[in-house]
Design a protein around this ligand. Structure first.
Ligand code: GAL
Length: 669
């Protein structure tokens, strides 16, 4: 549900703040330094349950009262956490049955976080109690501008195989299927003798002798997501009954896949997202752009909140690279460019003890005489200069389908080859568009796509017949659709479509798939496309043309000589099918033709200069983020918001720097 009023007047700046880890003297230094850095909002109390409810029903709010008042006196707003990601020791002592059981049957111990069964009745009661107590006490506090429920639902564990979960799973299945006949049919239990005569015989899909029924596993993922969301909704409603501030929880778009963010975004008042660079990825800023675009898209295009990112290194990857000078600002402002109305970090002050002591912070262990601190202060000033951007939106003409259920299904075992990866294909297509300077929304199958000139389905393994019919109508009405291999293979129960692979898209694409032809590890099988040789590997398909024009043919491999890439005119639009894994150059060649069909034009900006627009009815803000080692030029006229001054027809963005220009003519292309 979109937020009807802004959380803060400008772009929020700050991060997670854990005062309970520090003595009172440090608090005073904290707020002084927060002011120096331009911090406007901090998230407090996210992991503080054990220090707020010291014994069941015994609350101690003194320290929280004090810190919230101190922040308020210093003009710093509070995003108040509910601490339910980390129940206290007393809770597990009283309710040992509320611990998570893994798929292999291990009962998870205390001393970490996130190890509670979201189906345990005692947990459900306890979270409503603590959320209600917090909302009763702070719902009217003027410092509190937002509620931060829980932390990153689904991480570090989402799935739970405890007795509580099994019982709840059966209840969820009864609601979904009503009859055992319907369940047996959906799961295809005639296979391997899995037929059920009693609801009570159905369990969670725990580790078994061989692979477990894929329909059951897919439903268990849906159930798990549903249980997590039910916990969020219970807390949210307890808060809403007592307080009026917007309620959110922090997502992990493009980092974690176990929660269906389309469904979650409908439950929060404003989308909030956490994002951390993947250090092994040399183009991690492209992964960042995907996460930001997805955060915006799940919220229907509304501005969202970057709830966490890092000033420099994280501490949980195998090699945690420090950010280079300027990189933090490029990251932060790329999120803002793609719709965030906040720049928030994990965390304000680096912690001395505990598992995250090597994680970076706004205030590092080295103190204020440090590069990180100087950059944090400079960024705070930049964020303040962007206040006018708040509330503006990002416009896109191209959509990429992103479907969590399809990803869950594709990731199950015993697929035709281990080389199939939805993440890899989505990234490959997105990367092409990123390099071409084309802004992308993500879309859910079944949503209205009419406003997009071009829709890409790089990895739509699971596609219902209804959603396929919508895509066909989209093409018939004039849209351009590109579908990549291993798509439209199964229905919502992971059963192969009647009529075979790709059958539901046969009309839109003018082709279907006779047989999958995966390749040996390392084997390449190139394609001739419009007279040139382009590279492909991993996968081929034997296609049956049903009216489409073959525009690329396999040169080698088992499908040598037959169609690899097809183009189909259908109604007013065009459907493309790419039946193999093209490399980046191959995608460049094919996408050039696709753009021509769709009437989409690459931006023509220098490669490595990320240019994104945020618009209102009367204003256009152009963000230009230079990821290159050289300066870059951009043609435009307007007021530069970060460095001041004007761009008269052209602006130079120094290597590694960012410029934000408010155009004189908001319509300037
Ligand atoms: C996030 C989490 C934070 C902190 C951070 C470290 O996933 O929400 O609490 O652990 O990671 O990168």
């Amino acid at each position: 549900m979109p937020l009807s009023r802004p959380v803060l007047p400008g772009i929020a700046y700050g991060g997670d703040y854990n005062p309970e880890q520090w003595p009172r003297d440090t608090w005073r230094e904290d707020v002084r330094l927060m002011r120096e850095a331009g911090v406007t909002m901090v998230s407090v109390g996210i992991f503080s349950w054990a220090l707020i409810e010291r014994r069941e029903g015994e609350y101690d709010f003194t320290w929280l009262d004090e810190i919230i008042d101190l922040l308020h006196e210093n003009g710093i707003a509070v995003d108040l956490g509910t601490p339910t990601a980390s129940p206290p020791a007393w809770f597990f002592a009283a309710h040992p049955d509320a611990r998570v059981v893994t798929r292999e049957g291990t009962v998870l111990g205390f001393g970490s976080r996130g190890m509670v069964s979201h189906s345990a009745p005692a947990y459900r009661e306890a979270i409503v109690r603590i959320a209600s107590a917090l909302a009763d006490r702070y719902g009217a506090h003027p410092a509190v501008v937002m509620w931060h429920v829980h932390n990153e639902y689904g991480a570090p564990v989402g799935e739970d195989y405890s007795e509580h979960a099994v019982r709840a799973f059966r209840g969820w299945l009864r609601e979904r299927y009503r009859t055992l006949d319907a369940l047996n049919d959906a799961w295809g239990t005639a296979f391997w003798g899995q037929h059920y005569e009693e609801w009570d015989h159905i369990g969670a899909p725990a580790a078994a002798a061989s692979i477990v029924n894929p329909g059951q596993r897919l439903d268990f993922m849906r159930f798990t997501d549903h249980q997590l969301r039910a916990c969020f909704i219970a807390e949210r409603d307890a808060i809403r009954a007592r307080a009026e501030q917007p309620v959110t929880t922090n997502f992990m778009a493009n980092q974690h896949w176990s929660t269906d963010l389309w469904a979650w975004a409908r439950e929060v008042d404003v989308v909030a997202n956490d994002h951390y660079l993947w250090a092994a990825d040399e183009d991690a800023h492209i992964g960042l752009a995907i996460a930001a675009d997805l955060s915006r898209s799940v919220g229907g295009g509304e501005p969202w909140i970057l709830m966490e990112h890092s000033t420099s290194a994280v501490n949980w990857q195998s090699r945690n690279l420090a950010k280079r000078p300027g990189e933090m600002a490029r990251n932060s402002l790329a999120h803002v460019a793609r719709g965030s109305d906040a720049v928030l970090f994990f965390q304000w002050r680096a912690g001395r003890a505990g598992a995250e002591k090597f994680h970076s912070a706004m205030l590092p262990h080295a103190g204020t005489e440090s590069r990180i601190w100087r950059e944090v202060v400079a960024l705070g000033a930049d964020v303040e200069r962007l206040a006018a951007v708040r509330g503006s939106r990002v416009a896109a003409e191209v959509a990429i389908l992103w479907d969590f259920e399809s990803f869950w299904a594709q990731d199950l075992e015993w697929r035709p080859t281990e080389d199939l990866s939805h993440r890899e294909r989505i990234r490959a297509f997105y990367e092409r568009l990123w390099h071409d300077g084309i802004t992308v929304d993500f879309a859910q199958p079944g949503q209205n796509l009419d406003r997009y000139r071009l829709v890409l389905a790089p990895a739509q393994y699971l596609l219902t017949s209804e959603d396929a019919a919508d895509l066909t109508r989209y093409v018939e009405a004039g849209g351009t659709l590109v579908v990549s291999y291993f798509s439209a293979v199964v229905d919502e129960h992971d059963r192969v479509h009647e009529g075979g692979f790709l059958a539901p898209l046969r009309e839109a694409l003018g082709v279907d798939v006779e047989e999958f032809l995966p390749l040996r590890d390392g084997a390449e099988a190139d394609v001739e496309f419009r007279g040139t040789r382009i590279r492909a590997d991993h996968w081929q398909e034997a296609l049956r043309l049903r009216g489409a024009e073959p525009v690329g043919a396999y040169i080698d491999g088992p499908a040598a000589g037959s169609a690899a890439i097809t183009r189909n005119r259908r109604g007013e639009g065009v459907g493309w099918y790419i039946s193999t894994r093209l490399d980046a150059e191959g995608l460049r060649a094919v996408m050039a033709d696709v753009y021509a069909d769709a009437g989409v034009a690459p931006a023509g900006t220098p490669d490595g200069l990320e240019v994104v627009r945020r618009v209102t009815d009367t204003t256009t803000f152009v963000f230009a983020i230079n990821h290159r080692d050289q300066d870059a030029e951009l043609a435009l006229t307007g007021r530069e918001l970060l460095r001041g001054g004007r761009a008269e027809g052209r602006i130079t963005i120094p290597a590694g720097a960012v410029a934000v220009v408010e155009l004189d003519d908001p319509q300037e292309p």
